[in-house]
Design a protein around this ligand. Structure first.
Ligand code: GCU
Length: 132
């Protein structure tokens, strides 16, 4: 099956809002994090078994400042993309449990997170992975 693509606008949001004023997002919009430490988006990622997966966060950051976030325990860089309409990806590897694993992306700087479009989940090595 296809890789799982989980839209940020459908995830749990704390201190952020869904917006659609900067084109290029997938789905119906993106999450604009409030500009403070601790704002987050949390996805419920399902897996039939324990496994290691590659996560891809699609984001835009129209400022020059790196808007680092803690993603499932790892600090990930989200450097500027040149404009709020330029969407790029950041990747990391995580371990999923069997069942549901909450994957939270929390802003660690006073600027808040970047604008976040989606989280996709793939097995490393190019093997397609599905939540089905
Ligand atoms: C601008 C931009 C927002 C962005 C915000 C920010 O207001 O339009 O989409 O989230 O800057 O700095 O976080």
């Amino acid at each position: 099956g296809a890789a799982a693509l989980l839209e940020a606008e459908n995830a749990a949001i704390s201190q952020g809002v869904v917006e659609s004023n900067h084109p290029g997002y997938t789905g119906t919009g993106f999450v604009n994090y409030d500009n403070l430490i601790g704002s987050y988006v949390e996805w419920a990622v399902e897996s039939s078994e324990a496994r290691t997966v590659s996560l891809t966060l699609r984001y835009a950051n129209g400022t020059a400042a790196n808007r680092q976030m803690n993603v499932a325990g790892t600090v990930v860089d989200f450097p500027g993309t040149g404009a709020w309409t330029n969407w790029r990806t950041a990747r990391l590897t995580v371990s999923l449990a069997a069942g549901t694993t909450p994957i939270r992306a929390t802003a660690t700087t006073a600027n808040g997170g970047p604008n976040v479009d989606s989280l996709s989940v793939d097995e490393p090595g190019g093997v397609d992975w599905s939540t089905a």
